[in-house]
Structure formats: structure tokens, C-alpha cells
Design a protein around this ligand. Structure first.
Ligand SMILES: Cc1cc2nc3c(=O)[nH]c(=O)nc-3n(C[C@H](O)[C@H](O)[C@H](O)COP(=O)(O)O)c2cc1C
Length: 315
């Protein structure tokens, strides 16, 4: 059976990165994850002087353990935007045996910290270094605000969104390759497709749990009013309810959709809705702006001809 070696870059006896790793070991009892406590390897600070007398035995032992592994989980505490000196020292020694000491194996990078970023910044640096060590970087995951999102006695992440993100990252490690992520444009395209196929569950699922929706006017609205602000997935449901209870859609055409920058997707087109209450047609061009986060629509803005809507709604 494949063996995953997990270690942290922390020499803190109460390491929160170690707690994160232990929570994963508990959650994946069948994945043969072995924790290696680097603190138990009594390794001096690297010096050429020491190296001249031979690589320290603990490092040779560690290197041997690495060669027996099929994949790695590295949980790295962030120290001033960088990996800890403790981790760096271990790596410096390992690289003196073989610079590519990870040898083509998949690596999942983790970090956590009491701060909101969870040490995410330095994982970008580590991600590049994994390649230098000969490893295959598959995914990274950072748990921010550790004290608020983790139950130390139960050793579990208490925030469900975070659990979902970590599960995805673990999937990448288990299959041994990066998960193919949906492009931002695809997220919006899928939203339109689900709408057109009448699959409302998928439409709702396109939205981020913490989404912000603006239908024409960026202002609070009475529950049944179409135009205004909607928040969270419940708001998204209300938004769709309002659309479906107001309109029989005769035509909805997507003319153009494109990515505009890091996480913005712009789309435009035309529609023709019959207003159920009046039987009149509400024809309009429309523009939609979406901000995508975690392959979901986080912010959604839809603009249409509101004067035409009022005219078609009036008997
Ligand atoms: C020298 C030092 C520098 C730190 N720098 C950062 C930092 O840049 N970003 C961050 O999120 N936390 C930073 N921290 C806080 C650590 O995230 C916190 O100490 C955490 O417990 C480290 O993980 P560990 O318990 O697994 O060692 C720093 C802590 C120390 C001691």
C-alpha cells in the first residue's frame, strides 16, 4: 500500500501545524499516513565544517524514510513570510545527500496560523521550491484563524467550508496530481447552462455560500421585489424564486462571455420575458459581471432595462 509521509516544519512542542496534520491522519485512517516528528531528529545547524566530517546520522535516517515514501504532506508554519529556519535547516541537510530528495513524488503543502491568512503567503515560495526538490506539487491548503476554526481537543476543523477545501486538497494528493480547476468563464457558462436546462439546484450551487447579488439596483429591497441586493445562498434562492414567479422566459441569449482579469467574468446578451401578471413582453439587453472565488460565483451583478420592466409590468 502507498505510504504518505507527513511532517511539519515546526519545532514547537504545541505546534498547531502538527495538530492540523494529526486531524488529517485521524480523518484518513485508510491512507497509510505516517507522521514523522522532525524534532526527534537531532540535527545541528548546517555548516560545511560539520559536513566535512560526514552527513549527520539523523539526516541519513530521514533521507532513508523519504525514499520509502510515495507522497508527502508538509505542514509549514510561516515565520515572517518565510518557512521556519527549522524546516530550512532540515532541507539544507537533505539536499546535501541529493538535491532532488523528494524524487518525483506528489507533495501537498499545508499551513495554519492564528492569523487570518493561515500562513498562505509563504506557501507560494514553498510551491516553487518543491519543484527544486524534485517533488510534484499537487495542491496547497491554508487554515486561517486557527483558534476560531479548529477544535484542539477533538482535533477537527470546525468550519465546514474549510473542511471542503481541505478535502479537495487531499483528493489531489491521493490521486497524485493537481485537480483540474474550472476556469472562471466555465463557472459562469455552467451557471447559464444549468439555468437553460432548468436545473435550479445546480444554478443555486453555482453561487458561493457567501455570495452577494445585485439585481440592477444596489439597494436593499422588499422580499418579493426583483431588483435590489440578495445575500448568501438563501438570497440566491430568493433571487431565482423572484425570477421564476415573475417571468415566463421566451428567449434568453448569451452573446458574449469573457474573462476580464484575475477573477472577473463579463457577459452580455438579450432576453425576452413574458410578465406573468400582465402578459406583456419585457425585452431587454443585459450585462452581467461576476467575481469568482473557489470556482463559485461570489459576486453577481446583473443589469437590464429597468424602465422596460416597469412598462411591461404595468397594465
Ligand atoms: C518568528 C515568528 C514569525 C512569525 N511570522 C508569522 C507570519 O509571517 N505569518 C503568520 O501567519 N504567522 C506568523 N507567526 C505566528 C505563527 O503562525 C504561530 O507562531 C504558529 O503557532 C506557528 O505554527 P506552529 O505552532 O505549528 O509552530 C510567526 C511566529 C513567529 C515565532
Amino acid at each position: 500500500m502507498k505510504k504518505i509521509i507527513a511532517f511539519t516544519g515546526s519545532n514547537n512542542p504545541n505546534s498547531i501545524n502538527e495538530k492540523l496534520v494529526q486531524s488529517i491522519i485521524r480523518k484518513y485512517p485508510n491512507q497509510n499516513i505516517e507522521f514523522i516528528d522532525l524534532k526527534r531528529f537531532d540535527v545541528p545547524i548546517y555548516s560545511q565544517d560539520i559536513e566535512q566530517n560526514g552527513i549527520p546520522k539523523p539526516i541519513k535516517k530521514l533521507f532513508q524514510l523519504f525514499t520509502e515514501a510515495d507522497a508527502f504532506i508538509i505542514a509549514s508554519p510561516e515565520h515572517n513570510g518565510l518557512p521556519s529556519a527549522f524546516l530550512k535547516n532540515t532541507i539544507d541537510w537533505l539536499s546535501r545527500i541529493n538535491q532532488k530528495f523528494i524524487d518525483g513524488k506528489p507533495v501537498l503543502l499545508l499551513s495554519t496560523s492564528p492569523g487570518p491568512t493561515g500562513g498562505k503567503t509563504h506557501l507560494q515560495i514553498l510551491e516553487k521550491l518543491v519543484l527544486q526538490w524534485g517533488g510534484l506539487f499537487v495542491e496547497q491548503y491554508s487554515l486561517g484563524s486557527f483558534d476560531q476554526n479548529f477544535d484542539k481537543s477533538g482535533l477537527v476543523i470546525t468550519n465546514q467550508q474549510e473542511n471542503i477545501k481541505l478535502k479537495k486538497a487531499m483528493q489531489a494528493l491521493i490521486i497524485g496530481q493537481p485537480l483540474t480547476k474550472k476556469q472562471n468563464v466555465e463557472v459562469v457558462q455552467d451557471y447559464f447552462n444549468s439555468f437553460q436546462n432548468g436545473n435550479m439546484e445546480q444554478v443555486i450551487n453555482s453561487f458561493h455560500s457567501d455570495c452577494y447579488i445585485v439585481s440592477v439596483k444596489e439597494e436593499e429591497r422588499p422580499k418579493e421585489q426583483l431588483h435590489g441586493i440578495y445575500r448568501t445562498k438563501d438570497g440566491a434562492k430568493q433571487f431565482l424564486n423572484n425570477i421564476t414567479s415573475l417571468f415566463n422566459t421566451k428567449d434568453f441569449t448569451l452573446k458574449h462571455i469573457s474573462s476580464a482579469g484575475d477573477n472577473l467574468v463579463m457577459a452580455n446578451g438579450t432576453f425576452s420575458h413574458e410578465i406573468k401578471a400582465t402578459g406583456k413582453l419585457f425585452n431587454s439587453t443585459w450585462v452581467q459581471l461576476c467575481i469568482i472565488e473557489d470556482e463559485k460565483i461570489k459576486e453577481y451583478r446583473f443589469y437590464e432595462d429597468s424602465a422596460a420592466f416597469i412598462a411591461a409590468s404595468t397594465l
